[in-house]
Design a protein around this ligand. Structure first.
Ligand code: 1GP
Length: 254
């Protein structure tokens, strides 16, 4: 299913290694679901979470946000609508460049092995089919320009973030995301704490095509509405979905 970003202002981030709330119907009012995490996440539990969510809310798009290429399999790729891969502007080299090269190298490798082994054809035909398969898989992947602004978060530790960006640098990162990197998403990440509107206000003027997401510490409708009013296209709610489903429902804008 295509992702219609204009209709999306509430995103739920689901950690497949954590238990899902008993009643998944609470997802009915969210606009998009992202599935991803780090500790104990596997391609298998990702696929299980996606299957349960798809059954409960079939019309809501699901995006996998893998932390590691081992969380992605041909099954997970088939199960989701898109795969979003963070490129962390203030992270270490691994999390802006190296992991992505490894990920795409892995994608190039797999279909070649499959088509080469099973098809009764030789030479250029195999190579062409391999290239087509690679391009098809790659076409579901999209990059997110990420800025991690909470140094105490797991996300900051994992990606080697040692310094948050100033408001001016957030504006620069937004402009670069749209005009230089051409990533479809710019994500301001305060994971675990509410960061307020300042960064969103700084980034928003430079993003015309790029979707602006804010995530971190959203626990109420007022916070959701503040961030949307500051210019974010959508807010992302994570922990609260697992920890306090009643409160989660109250983050959905009116
Ligand atoms: C985490 O941005 C999301 O990647 C949401 O943050 O868990 O604090 O809601 P919270």
């Amino acid at each position: 299913m295509d992702i219609e970003w204009d209709a999306i202002n509430h995103v739920t981030k689901v950690d497949p290694a954590k238990p899902l709330p008993a009643d998944l119907a609470i997802l009915r009012e969210t606009d998009l679901i992202m599935v991803g995490g780090s500790d104990d996440v596997t391609a298998e539990n990702t696929q299980q979470a996606v299957t349960s969510i798809r059954e409960a809310v079939p019309s809501i798009p699901i995006v996998q946000e893998p932390y590691d290429s081992s969380h992605v399999s041909s099954e997970t790729i088939d199960a989701v609508d898109r795969v979003a891969v963070p490129a962390v502007f203030n992270g270490d080299r691994d999390h802006f460049v190296a992991k992505h090269l490894d990920f795409f190298t892995e994608i190039c490798r797999k279909p070649k092995a499959v088509t080469g082994a099973s098809l009764p054809v030789v030479g250029e035909v195999i190579a062409t089919k391999g290239r087509e398969a690679v391009r098809e898989v790659a076409s579901v992947i999209m990059a997110e320009g990420y800025v991690i602004q909470n140094l105490d978060s797991k996300a900051a530790t994992l990606t080697g973030v040692e310094r948050t960006l100033s408001v001016e640098e957030v504006a620069g990162a937004a402009l670069a995301t749209e005009m230089f990197y051409n990533f479809p998403i710019f994500y301001i990440e305060y994971s675990g704490t509410y960061g307020g509107t300042e960064d969103v206000t700084a980034a928003e003027p430079y993003l015309e095509e790029t979707v602006l997401l804010y995530g971190g510490g959203i626990r109420s409708r007022e916070q959701t509405e503040q961030i949307l009013a500051a210019g974010a296209d959508a807010i992302v709610v994570g922990d609260c979905f697992h920890d306090d489903p009643d409160r989660f429902v109250r983050t959905i804008p009116g």
